[in-house]
Ligand binder design. Structure first.
Ligand code: ZN
Length: 240
């Protein structure tokens, strides 16, 4: 691949999976509201050699959608997209939320997960792992890549959100630190990493890529910085 426009998930690539996170750039806004979105997708598949990815309507919940065949935008709500079809790509969009890619190296399966604070509070990463295990995957065969998201430097939340993040994962509290007033800073990536570890994924099989989306405006879109109009990154993983 080697294109600077995307951040390659090196570990997954070495294992035979196409997997990457897009950066900000010309023709790199994948928001469905953006009129050039389809053309940008075609451009992306051209430069990466990746099949057109399956996508769905993301609602910060834990719905899972198994995909096969040619990629398209599914008009259903799903924040976990999975596939075990040959040469099939799945993707999630994000701007501050954490994108997570999963691959089963034995059964050649993949999953793309959209983990914002609501998804993280509901342990969406664990739910995705369970969806794979329910169909015969073994946890020791799972590898993960976590992409750019809002960092612990900038992810300021209120007490209610902090409590929600710990509801399913009590140990998440170690990654939430008090700011001033009743505010806290949370480390979304660390909490999701913890959830993957609790689901049984080995630490050395989880790769973390990219910087804080809020701190690096030339490199990343940020919902918190730019509002609802912010562009969207795409996190893509494809089976061999
Ligand atoms: Zn930051």
């Amino acid at each position: 691949m080697g294109d600077a426009a995307v951040i390659a998930a090196a570990q997954l690539n070495r294992l035979g999976f196409t997997a990457f996170f897009t950066r900000r750039g010309d023709r790199f806004d994948f928001s469905p509201e953006q009129p050039e979105c389809d053309e940008n997708l075609r451009h992306l598949t051209r430069i990466t050699g990746c099949p057109q990815p399956h996508q769905a309507i993301q609602t910060h919940q834990c719905g899972a959608l198994w995909c096969a065949g040619d990629g398209s935008m599914h008009r259903v709500s799903a924040d976990i997209l999975l596939s075990d079809a040959k040469r099939c790509a799945v993707a999630v969009r994000s701007a501050d939320c954490l994108p997570i890619l999963l691959a089963d190296v034995r059964l050649h399966r993949v999953a793309a997960i959209h983990a914002g604070w609501r998804g993280t509070a509901a342990a969406v990463a664990c739910i995705a792992v369970r969806a794979l295990l329910a169909r015969g995957s073994r946890v020791e065969d799972l590898y993960a890549a976590m992409g750019p998201s809002i960092g612990r430097c900038c992810f300021r939340i209120d007490t209610a959100t902090a409590q929600a993040l710990c509801a399913h994962t009590a140990a998440a509290a170690q990654y939430i630190h008090p700011a001033d007033g009743s505010q806290c800073y949370a480390d979304l990536a660390a909490i999701n990493r913890l959830q993957l570890r609790l689901a049984g994924v080995a630490g050395q099989q989880i790769e973390q890529l990219g910087d804080c989306t809020y701190c690096h405006p030339s490199e990343f879109f940020s919902y918190r910085r730019e509002g609802a109009q912010a562009g969207r990154h795409l996190a893509v993983v494809a089976t061999p």
